[in-house]
Design a protein around this ligand. Structure first.
Ligand code: GLC
Length: 511
């Protein structure tokens, strides 16, 4: 669970790269794999252990590439397989391991597998989750997709519904089907043979469901409060008892481990807010995944109590919980859990490195890049469009990486960026100074390597105390200075005043 694997140390730090938003080498306005290659030196300079590369596969890009038509081909907008091979080679030279995204829960509706399944072509009939309507023509049950729509879409050719836990153009595969499993095993092998060191399994908690297809009961108040989505999404109104890994569904992870081999580092996206840590524990039992990440710190307010509670649940269940404050699916942490200032960016950086377990750093987090407030017309993401203006938006977190202050393309592109890049000049890479978030992240990640794996985490009002062996870390997440005798600090996120820990400040000292 917390062991080293291949090139990976135990509890690695991964830097998430969203290729479409990282660096554009063609002037198309969208990032590409050659741009990822160019940016690897910057990533390595941070002191992380590896990259998580979001999808670059052949895709109509309705859901940002999570709607795949060929899992073993690079979409021409991103480049070629040779570009991918060059990334792996350069990453390894820089001592970075490479983890890629595998989307096994569903495909694009334009995938040849789905076309063949609709046509009932020999062998493919049951690759997806087809179901007859009820006698009155309505869907088989009350399941709701993550994106708030009914989880079933009608297909007139088959006169049946198909399950789609995300968009209607993302039909869910039947993961219990032996031929589907064989196909997935081949995909894992294909990328392992190209030198990939690890995988992130997208939506792994949606792989299996109760075959009796019973209705989900309404969520109790407690369940609703802990669901992965908020009340603006009807998905949160259900207790996902039947559509999410009933029984020992997490045992499926043993197959994933078998396919990838003992040297691969594996992480799953745990989408159930309701049983997040418990599910992460089931997924990271021996011979399964190394880690799971949840939305706990990405959708809730980040308070000392919440952090301490999450760490306590992680320890109680002995699981490989990875910590993530920001990713391509949630509003940027510095704007959500902070006020968007460089000061809060540094505070959250210290919090991130102080937590025990694997860590994911979302591209731009090291710059203090803020959540963008995009106008409706600029938004591509169908989820954002469905929930506009209530949800702060996924595209707002996916605004391209500002390499330079120079407008309009900020060194990301010579063309027109696919999402507007306003207001990024001051956080651009070439504007970072010795006191800024970038320098602090480097120091904090270097410190993280020295921390003892054992941790004690305690909340005391607005203060969070984290003990890691000889290192003591205190974070004041509140708005008032608090008495705190820190002695001679080893590292601090802001200037200190004697005897107090200023508001929104973190400090590290050694015994
Ligand atoms: C995961 C991805 C998200 C995508 C969804 C459907 O949650 O992280 O971006 O929309 O799966 O594939």
């Amino acid at each position: 669970m917390t062991q080293t694997r291949g090139r990976w140390p135990a509890n690695p730090v991964l830097y998430e790269i969203y290729p479409r938003s990282f660096r554009d080498t063609t002037g198309s306005g969208e990032g590409d794999l050659a741009g990822v290659l160019q940016g690897l030196d910057h990533v390595a300079s941070l002191g992380v252990d590896g990259i998580w590369l979001a999808p670059f596969y052949e895709s109509p890009m309705v859901d940002g590439g999570y709607d795949i038509t060929d899992h073993c081909a690079v979409d021409p907008r991103f480049g070629t397989l040779d570009d991918f091979d060059a990334i792996v080679e350069r990453a390894h030279t820089l001592d970075l391991a490479v983890c890629i995204d595998l989307v096994f829960n569903h495909t694009s509706d334009r995938h040849p597998w789905f076309r063949k399944s609709i046509a009932g072509e020999d062998g493919y009939e049951d690759w997806y989750v087809w179901h007859d309507p009820k006698p009155d023509g309505s869907p088989p049950n009350n399941w709701i997709s993550f994106f708030g729509e009914p989880a079933w879409t009608w297909n007139p050719v088959r006169r049946q519904y198909y399950l789609r836990q995300f968009l209607s153009c993302q039909p869910s595969l039947d993961l219990r089907h032996p031929a589907v499993q064989d196909a997935h095993e081949k995909i894992v092998q294909f990328w392992r043979d190209r030198g990939v060191d690890g995988f992130r399994f997208d939506a792994v908690t949606s792989y299996l469901f109760d075959n009796s297809m019973g209705d989900n009961p309404p969520a109790s108040e407690t369940v609703q409060a802990r669901n992965a989505t908020d009340e603006s999404n009807p998905y949160s109104y259900q207790d996902h008892l039947n559509d999410m890994l009933p029984g020992d569904g997490a045992a499926f992870a043993e197959r994933l481990r078998d396919w990838a081999g003992p040297d691969a580092w594996l992480i799953g996206e745990i989408n159930s807010g309701n049983r997040s840590v418990e599910l992460a524990a089931e997924f990271t039992a021996p011979d399964r995944l190394d880690a799971g990440y949840t939305v706990d710190l990405m959708v809730n307010e980040v308070t000392p109590h919440k952090v301490a509670d999450l760490v306590a649940r992680k320890e109680e269940h002995g699981c490989g919980l990875a910590f993530v404050l920001s990713c391509h699916d949630q509003p940027r942490g510095v704007s959500r859990a902070g006020d968007g200032s460089p000061r809060d960016a540094k505070l959250l950086a210290l919090l991130s490195v102080a937590l025990p377990g694997p860590l994911i750093v979302w591209q731009g987090e090291e710059l203090g890049q803020k959540q963008a407030n995009l106008p409706f017309e600029a938004i591509h993401d169908p989820f954002d469009r469905l929930f506009w203006p209530v949800h702060p938006g996924r595209d707002g977190a996916r605004v391209p990486f500002p390499w330079q202050a120079r407008e309009p393309g900020h060194g990301f592109t010579d063309g027109t960026p696919w999402l507007p890049m306003e207001g990024l000049a001051e956080v651009a890479l070439d504007q970072q100074d010795a006191d800024g978030p970038l320098a602090f992240w480097r120091e904090a990640l270097a410190l993280r390597r020295k921390l003892d794996p054992q941790s004690e985490v305690e909340a005391d009002g607005d203060l969070l105390h984290i003990r890691r062996g000889a290192h003591r870390i205190a974070l004041n997440l509140g708005q008032d200075a608090l008495p705190c005798d820190y002695g001679d600090p080893q590292l601090a996120t802001a200037p200190l005043q004697e005897g107090t820990l200023p508001a929104r400040t973190g400090v590290v000292w050694r015994d």
